[in-house]
Design a protein around this ligand. Structure first.
Ligand code: ZN
Ligand code: ZN
Length: 115
């Protein structure tokens, strides 16, 4: 079965569940895996490939240590995204909600880069 990463949209054999808005923003620690009705609400869950999940986790760990409340610094560079788009051409699934998330995140990323 082929699955599509919600971020890079590559087709991958396995996806990892991730919290779009990271749990640390609500005071959870890494070791706290208990169910939370706020963080685990369906709208806050999306499914990423291993690469995107690792990347997002890395930024979130860094942001958590810096006390950064703006958690979307993990976004891909434009070039990387374009490469992935080319690689995955014809397999794109569109979703209005995902597109909205993407644009908001991209906007944040641009701001983070100071551009
Ligand atoms: Zn991905
Ligand atoms: Zn929570």
């Amino acid at each position: 079965m082929t699955l599509i990463c919600a971020d890079c949209e590559l087709a991958v054999p396995r996806l990892q569940r991730d919290h779009y808005e990271p749990r640390y923003l609500h005071g959870h620690t890494d070791k706290d895996q208990s169910y939370c009705p706020v963080c685990d609400r369906p709208e806050n869950l999306w499914y990423l490939c291993g690469t995107c999940h690792d990347r997002k986790s890395w930024f979130e760990n860094r942001d958590a240590h810096m006390g950064n409340r703006n958690p979307l610094g993990y976004r891909h560079t434009d070039e990387a995204r374009e490469r992935m788009r080319q690689a995955n051409l014809g397999r794109r699934h569109t979703s209005e909600a995902r597109e909205k998330n993407r644009l908001a995140a991209l906007e944040q990323w641009r701001r983070l880069k100071g551009g």
